[in-house]
Design a protein around this ligand. Structure first.
Ligand SMILES: [Zn+2]
Length: 557
């Protein structure tokens, strides 16, 4: 009798430990979520929140634990969005977080196919007749791929993680950890969802006495073979330096009596563009070279004066270099650039018999600009007005970069120094870089997790490739900090936007301090017309692994 019960028990455990029964659910969730538009940074994101809330609310566990899930409103969000969350509390302290974003990019790339961009079957039929690339035709014919906007980035993650949640919530006793599910918006824009979720994570940690041991994001990976899966155990950091130059005005007929702000900006931009010192190398990987996104004058209308102000911004993707080091190097290179310009300029003045009446151009940081302004009377009330204006502009949809530029220009105006200046600040959003191998105050053995995943894949005839950094920029940046808080202060000091406009609570990240990996399905042509996800990963490979992990987590600590 005992033996029989034991067998029944083992059978029950085995069936619970497999996610087979939930594959159908994952497929249903995927279909439903795909059909709901949730374009990034638009009101449509709320529709997917409604869906998630209803779906989670209908799970029996959450029906009887209504205080264990909900929608957490993003503070000061003009689109009134929320973070969806759900906690399966197994009475443990150790808690694994599964999270993903539910926003997608828009349909621009679909052109005339936009009306069917959320319908995989219709897209397959349409693409067969217009996209004749051989790999595409093979995938269309194989029946192994789901197509459509958001299929791999990232409704697949939504479906498979929610499927794992449903499966885990249906097992009343098993499992070694609690499971916290999070679905956030705005990832494709400014990561407001994940930044807003930091307060929620701190709150839940206190309320339910949780110890966050691992966070898993499920962004898609790109690979060339169906036999290889990729795991990212870190993520690239992203800084966006903004450069505002101030020239000295003159009439166009006498350009050597002034300095054109565009001359300074061009000098700085050509020096920094693709400069190898602003790329980064770590753990055998290399971050991309810096590249400019915007360069222009700030004249409101054309006239025959030279340009007084000009501005530009670019991205710096980094791995191990600190924001302080990067800012320092950007300043040095910029100073070199304007010095070289000045040598040429002085000799042109000499040739023209022009006196050297203009000061040498100087590069300062945003913080130095503020220090100079603070020495002038009336700055604090001026600053308040500027910040109010910036907030109003933000509410009407003005970009972070434009607000940062306006702010720096306003302070230069206030300072009213008639000398050539180059100001370097940062514009949001900022993504800290992170790698699980170098996180202080965490208990996860990352090498053991890697081995565990490799064994799991090996049993299925698959191989694992570990990438140290996810280069696509993602929300795992906000899970843990590699360094002490003071190391990031320079970013907060250099952000040329007020905190009502962009908030990044680094202290909360340090409180959460959870190692985060990116473990998701195989996807192709993200953000493009051919976006698609590999069904086997969506329905089986990835959710089965994540589900099983919850039952043997103790081995990883
Ligand atoms: Zn994504």
């Amino acid at each position: 009798m005992i033996a029989y019960q034991r067998i029944q028990y083992i059978r029950r455990r085995l069936s619970l430990r497999s996610i087979e029964h939930f594959q159908e659910q994952i497929a249903t969730i995927f279909q439903e979520a795909m059909s709901i538009p949730s374009f990034t940074n638009t009101e449509t994101e709320r529709e997917i929140e409604d869906y998630l809330d209803q779906r989670i609310g209908s799970i029996p566990y959450f029906k009887s634990h209504p205080q264990h899930f909900g929608r957490y409103p993003l503070p000061n969000d003009h689109l009134h969005r929320s973070v969806n969350w759900a906690l399966v509390d197994k009475g443990k302290k150790k808690t694994v977080i599964l999270f993903h974003h539910h926003d997608t990019v828009d349909l621009e790339d679909y052109g005339p196919l936009a009306p069917i961009a959320l319908d995989s079957e219709a897209l397959v039929q349409a693409l067969k007749g217009i996209d004749f690339r051989s790999e595409m035709q093979e995938d269309l014919d194989s029946g192994q791929w789901q197509f459509g906007r958001g299929s791999c980035d990232m409704k697949a993650a939504l479906a498979l993680q929610l499927g794992v949640l449903e499966a885990y919530a249906s097992d009343p006793e098993g499992g070694q950890v609690n499971l916290l599910y999070l679905s956030v918006g705005d990832e494709e824009s400014y990561s407001r969802g994940m930044r807003g979720a930091l307060s929620l994570l701190c709150q839940l940690k206190d309320e339910f006495d949780l110890d966050y041991v691992l966070a898993v994001d499920s962004e898609p990976f790109e690979a060339t073979s169906d036999k290889e899966k990729i795991l990212h155990i870190g993520t690239v950091g992203k800084l966006m330096p903004v450069v505002v130059t101030q020239g000295v005005l003159s009439h166009m007929k006498e350009p050597l009596k002034g300095i054109n702000a565009l001359s300074l900006l061009i000098a700085v931009a050509s020096k920094l563009d693709l400069h190898p010192d602003l790329s980064d190398q770590a753990l055998g990987e290399q971050s991309p070279l810096p590249s400019w996104s915007y360069l222009r004058d700030l004249k409101e209308q054309y006239d025959v004066s030279t340009v007084l102000y000009a501005a530009g911004y670019f991205s710096v993707l980094h791995l191990k270099k600190t924001p302080q080091e990067l800012l320092q190097r950007i300043k040095e290179l910029s100073q070199e650039a304007v010095d070289e310009f000045n040598v040429k300029y002085l000799s042109l003045q000499d040739q023209a018999g022009q006196e050297h009446l203009i000061a040498q151009p100087w590069v300062i940081s945003y913080q130095e600009l503020l220090d100079r302004c603070q020495k002038k009377e009336g700055f604090s009330s001026f600053q308040e007005q500027c910040e109010q204006r910036a907030y109003q502009a933000f509410l009407t949809g003005v970009s972070y970069q434009a607000i940062a530029i306006q702010q720096i220009q306003a302070y230069l105006d206030f300072l009213a120094e008639k000398t050539p200046l180059v100001v370097i600040g940062f514009a949001p959003p900022y993504y800290p870089s992170m790698n699980c191998r170098s996180l202080p105050n965490t208990s996860l053995k990352i090498g053991t997790l890697v081995d565990d995943y490799r064994h799991y894949l090996g049993r299925r005839g698959l191989t694992l490739k570990v990438e140290e950094y996810f280069m696509g920029i993602c929300d795992t940046s906000y899970c843990a900090l590699e360094r002490d808080l003071a190391s990031y202060q320079v970013v907060l000091d250099s952000l040329a936007t007020p905190s009502q406009v962009y908030e990044l609570d680094l202290e909360k990240i340090a409180q959460i301090q959870v190692p985060a990996v990116n473990l998701g399905p195989w996807g192709k042509e993200l953000h493009q017309r051919g976006e698609r996800v590999f069904m086997e990963d969506l329905l089986d490979t990835i959710p089965s692994y994540l589900f099983g992990l919850l039952y043997r987590f103790d081995e990883l600590l």
